[in-house]
Write a protein of this length. Sequence first.
Length: 57
Amino acid sequence: MIVHSFKINGDSLQFTLNTKTKQWHIKRNYKDMLILTKAKGEAVIKFLEVIQEGDIS
């Protein structure tokens, strides 16, 4: 299982990869919110990592 966590505007976002189904399960404040394909989930995670690092120019 792979997990990524982010804090955005006071909300906690948790991305958990189900390695069996290859889907990312996204929880907002620990409640189920969304399920994405592996590729889409990884794209969103990359985007959020860039935002957190402040590397947007």
